[in-house]
Design a binder for this molecule. Structure first.
Ligand code: AMP
Ligand code: ZN
Length: 114
């Protein structure tokens, strides 16, 4: 855990959030500023800033985030489509530097993203 990291603190329940998943390796919570009717952030407990810092040994963990997002999407009936997004680096809009997967659903999305 990184003592200065917002999402590490949320995972450790030192900062409140609406948790939707609380597992050994990953956790997920509602985004505080939702950009769609469903907007959930899925995080590994292991702290790394972004995909730049991930390595081959993290591949299964990253897959777990995607599969957990798919499960939540199914449970929430996001049948029309949903989006899973990693923003990597400030140029891509990343503002919290603990890797997280956005799960967005419940509305239509445009392509390409802004
Ligand atoms: P990103 O810009 O990809 O780094 O995403 C960071 C996300 O974290 C944004 O969508 C924020 O709304 C969200 N966020 C920031 N602080 C909190 C918080 N305390 N609880 C829940 N979500 C947060
Ligand atoms: Zn962290």
């Amino acid at each position: 855990m990184d003592a200065n990291c917002l999402f590490c603190k949320i995972g450790a329940k030192k900062i409140p959030a609406k948790l939707v998943l609380d597992e050994e390796e990953i956790f997920a919570f509602e985004d505080i500023n939702p950009q769609a009717p469903t907007h959930i952030l899925l995080c590994p407990r292991k702290h790394f800033a972004s995909l730049h810092e991930a390595s081959e040994e993290d591949a299964a963990l990253l897959g777990k985030l995607q599969m957990a997002a798919a499960k939540i999407a199914k449970e929430r009936g996001l049948l029309a489509g949903y989006r899973t997004v990693f923003n990597n680096g400030s140029g891509a809009g990343q503002s919290v530097f603990h890797l997280h997967l956005h799960l967005l659903g419940g509305r239509n999305f445009r392509w390409p993203p802004g």
